[in-house]
Design a protein. Structure first.
Length: 111
């Protein structure tokens, strides 16, 4: 029995050592879990900020697209007006040229 009683404290010591290691490990895990929870909260907050920025950028791009469409329409109208004006000016120049050709000479009638 003396051998058994010698082993008893040894077994008890091992159990206490395992309990101490388990408690330490659980404490480490709890601390790491808190660090992870804080990191997740920071990432979530940053993601919310980025989501707002993306929403704002999307709205800005939509507005720019509308502006581009309006500008394109305006420039198309300006080009059409310029083409119409050019045709009108060419017709007027042609009419003046034909008038001058019909009058004869260089247009200086008094000389």
């Amino acid at each position: 029995m003396s051998e058994a009683s010698d082993q008893q404290p040894s077994r008890l010591d091992r159990i206490e050592q395992i309990l101490l290691l388990t408690t330490t490990a659980l404490g480490d895990i709890a601390r790491q879990q808190q660090v992870n929870t804080n990191a997740i909260a920071q990432v979530t907050a940053r993601l919310d900020q980025l989501t707002l920025k993306v929403d704002n950028l999307t709205e800005s791009v939509g507005s720019l697209n509308e502006d581009v469409v309006l500008l394109t329409d305006y420039l198309t109208q300006v080009i059409q007006n310029a083409e119409t004006d050019r045709e009108t000016f060419q017709a007027e120049i042609r009419r003046i040229w034909e008038y001058l050709l019909q009058r004869g000479g260089n247009g200086r009638a008094g000389e």
